[in-house]
Write a protein that binds this ligand. Structure first.
Ligand code: GAP
Length: 539
């Protein structure tokens, strides 16, 4: 067994994770999070919120997982969200054409023609089949199409950010790598709407000297780059993107990913999504699977807002005032009302309005013909003048650009599990420890009365357990098996602290606290235990 197998075996056995629909034989690409896994995942999500919602001041919204067909027509998914597929002519298995050599890896058979397979799950909204919908392949679109309401909510103050944490669905052709390629998975995405003319970041100064491992498009290998240099030399497109690459780095280190297994790889020009001007993947080195993309951080430009504007016809623009109003000179048509009035009577005003819409710059000396109520009306040269006018322009209507960090939380969950997995030999026995960071551990503390305990010890340990739970800690109570076995059980699920109630407790109101990673022990007073745990857990 390699680490992947060890981790997945432990995950199943200890209630972190298992394939979905097991009693019906299961199907690839779906996983259930069990009691401990769901908690660990929630803790990762909550830490993500601490970074993006609390730290950056972005707001979380929640939009439907089903989207209308129009949304995905606009976004480009309907026409281009496909993968190349091949079928083995002997065993009839399907494969992603770009993931296999020229023979079937299952039976050695030959492949048929390559075709394109659509990755969105289609459904119908309401009875009948008139209204097609799709399960969203990313949470992002819900945030783009809410743009007018969000703009108002943020009172048009730029930049502003919105996030969603939720399910996304892709009908992957042959998902075979556990949590890495799922058909239903959780994304945490932020869409940050910024002024396209100013991609500086107000807090770039705080991060500009940080050094990250970058793997730029044109480089042969990854190397260390100071962020300020990467932006100055045009390696990272702008400060805003660089700031968010750094924030992603902080988050991934914050969930326990080790620095030497983390790099940021820039997309090749032909790999870049249709919407992106620059895109970097945070990749983590996994034991069996190699470098795997966990997060994509992209400058999506105005692609999405423009696309939805075009299809929905809604106004998704913003009026951007210039710092100083611009004065421009242009040629304008000045109607001669003394002639137009008597000649066209009640229609004179409408004709004058129509004239003022005409671009006068391209007009020569000729007459102008306009259409009025379906009829051509010719205006001779004496009916208008062409004059040079000065005009003050205060701003322009544009579409904002979007910077998007897009996290795959299931992949990160797996990377956290693999990174936490640790085994050693202690007194001739194998000890497996999940070294989760204390603030992420699914169980924060386990209270154990000494075995063969007199009732008094059990009473005290139950009271401590109750008290810790009432005060908000995730605590377990375990009274079965030898103390050594009970410690090992907690080690395997990554509980950072075990609290043992023993005979000394009866004498001095202290308990033994055991550290998961070092197995060191310490005596702590019962009345100080809660505060001690809070400070050690870093919560
Ligand atoms: N809104 C941009 C977007 O969706 P993406 O690179 O397609 O970009 C973002 O997806 C992240 O979602 C990826 O970095 C990856 O972690 C995760 N992801 C994508 N497809 C996945 C799948 N089939 N199973 C699990 N995670 C997936």
């Amino acid at each position: 067994m390699d680490i992947y197998d060890e981790v997945m075996e432990l995950a199943k056995r200890r209630g972190f994770l298992w394939p979905s629909f097991e009693i019906y034989g299961g199907t690839a690409g779906f996983y259930d999070y069990g009691p401990l896994g769901a908690r660990l995942k929630r803790n990762i999500e909550d830490l993500w919120r601490k970074f993006y919602v609390v730290g950056e001041g972005f707001y979380e919204i929640e939009t439907p997982v089903i989207g209308l067909e129009e949304i995905f027509r606009a976004s480009g998914h309907l026409s281009s969200f496909t993968d190349p597929i091949v079928e083995c002519e002997s065993c009839k298995e399907f494969f992603r054409a770009d993931h296999v050599e020229d023979r079937c890896p299952v039976c050695g058979g030959e492949f048929g023609e390559v075709s394109e397979f659509h990755l969105m799950f289609r459904c119908f909204i309401g009875p009948g089949s008139k209204r097609a919908g799709y399960l969203r392949p990313e949470t992002a679109q819900g945030m783009f199409i809410d743009f007018p309401r969000l703009l108002r909510f943020f009172r048009e103050k730029l930049p502003f950010g919105v996030v969603q944490v939720g399910k996304a669905f892709r009908n992957e052709i042959s998902p075979r790598q556990g949590l890495i390629r799922l058909r239903e998975f959780t994304q945490a995405e932020a869409e940050i709407f910024i002024d396209p003319h100013d991609k500086s970041h107000p807090r770039f100064d705080e991060v500009k000297d940080e050094v990250l491992i970058l793997f730029p498009q044109d480089a042969d290998e990854a190397s260390r780059w100071k962020l300020a240099d990467a932006v100055e030399q045009g390696i990272i497109a702008n400060e805003f993107l660089a700031y968010h690459i750094y924030l992603t780095y902080r988050f991934l280190i914050g969930v326990g990913i080790s620095e030497d297994r983390l790099r940021f790889r820039q997309h090749e020009a032909d790999e870049m999504a249709h919407y992106a001007a620059d895109c970097w993947d945070a990749e983590i080195l996994l034991d069996r699977l190699g470098w795997i993309e966990m997060v994509g951080i992209a400058d999506r430009t105005d692609y999405d807002l423009k696309a939805h504007e075009e299809v929905s016809k809604a106004d998704l623009g913003v009026f951007m005032p210039y710092r100083e109003p611009k004065v421009i000179e242009r040629m304008a048509i000045k109607p001669n009302m003394q002639l137009l009035g008597p000649r066209f009577k009640g229609s004179a005003k409408r004709i004058a309005d129509a004239l003022s819409q005409i671009d006068a710059g391209s007009l020569g000396d000729q007459e102008i013909t306009i259409e009025l109520d379906g009829e051509a009306v010719t205006l001779t040269r004496d009916m208008f003048e062409i004059t040079r006018v000065k005009e003050e322009i205060r701003g322009e209507k544009i579409n904002l650009h979007v910077i998007e960090p897009s996290y795959g939380l299931d992949r990160i969950f797996y990377a956290v599990m693999e990174g936490a997995f640790f085994e050693e030999e202690v007194e001739g026995e194998r000890r497996v420890v999940m070294r989760f960071l204390p603030n992420l551990a699914p169980i924060q503390v386990c209270v154990l009365p000494l075995l063969g305990a007199r009732d008094e010890l059990l009473k005290i340990s139950r009271k401590i357990h109750d008290d810790l739970r009432k005060r908000g800690l995730i605590a377990e109570h375990d009274e079965s098996g030898t103390i050594g076995r009970r410690y090992r059980r907690q080690d395997e699920i990554g509980t950072p602290f075990c609290v043992t109630v023993d005979y000394e407790t009866l004498e001095d109101n202290t308990v033994t606290v055991r550290f998961r990673d070092t197995m060191e022990q310490l005596r702590v007073r019962i009345d100080e235990l809660h505060a001690w745990l809070i400070s050690e857990l870093g919560i």
